[in-house]
Design a protein around this ligand. Structure first.
Ligand code: RP5
Length: 165
């Protein structure tokens, strides 16, 4: 990365989470925010989780987006190990439709916050937009791009529904 730091770490518990987390990566790309997408499993690769989260701030990341499904301990464990803001995305699980993921991520004990988003694609998209809003506090050009993204979204909403849309 040319010695430059990357702003957002998008981590996920499994390859199977990528179909969801790619939506976060796509929004970050649209807003021209640098990101690193990594598989980091709290259960299958705990040492990788410790190495990543303990070193995330020193590595230059400013925000962590963490997606996981089922017994979704990844966002909470990452938040316990880094002072960076962590946004959790509950991935929609097959057995319980992501309600397990949601409750695993949202019910953090007081003292270690995880900003928890919606289940699935909406959560991944909004995690990226929240990360953008945080970064935009100190980046006027990004702030303008975020404003333009929202204006474009507003302009894309028709006044009336169509049968063929
Ligand atoms: C979690 O288990 C992952 O975040 C994933 O959502 C879920 C299932 O993982 P795979 O069995 O598909 O690898 O750790």
């Amino acid at each position: 990365m040319d010695g430059k730091t990357v702003d957002v770490a998008v981590i996920m518990g499994s390859q199977s989470d990528w179909a969801t987390m790619k939506h976060a990566a796509d929004i970050l790309d649209q807003l021209r925010i640098s990101h690193s997408d990594q598989i980091v499993s709290a259960h299958r690769t705990p040492e990788r989780l410790f190495d990543f989260a303990k070193g995330a701030k020193a590595a230059g990341f400013k925000v962590v987006i963490a997606g996981a499904g089922g017994a979704a301990h990844l966002p909470g464990m990452a938040a316990a190990l880094t002072p960076l803001p962590v946004f959790g995305v509950p991935v929609q699980s097959k057995a319980l439709s992501g309600q397990d993921s949601l409750l695993s991520i949202v019910q953090m004990p007081a003292g270690i916050p995880v900003g928890t988003l919606a289940i699935g694609r909406a959560g991944a998209v909004n995690a990226a937009l929240l990360a953008a809003a945080v970064l935009a506090l100190h980046d006027e050009e990004l702030s303008k791009r975020l404003d333009a993204f929202r204006a474009n979204q507003t302009a894309g909403v028709a006044d009336h529904p169509r049968d063929d849309a």
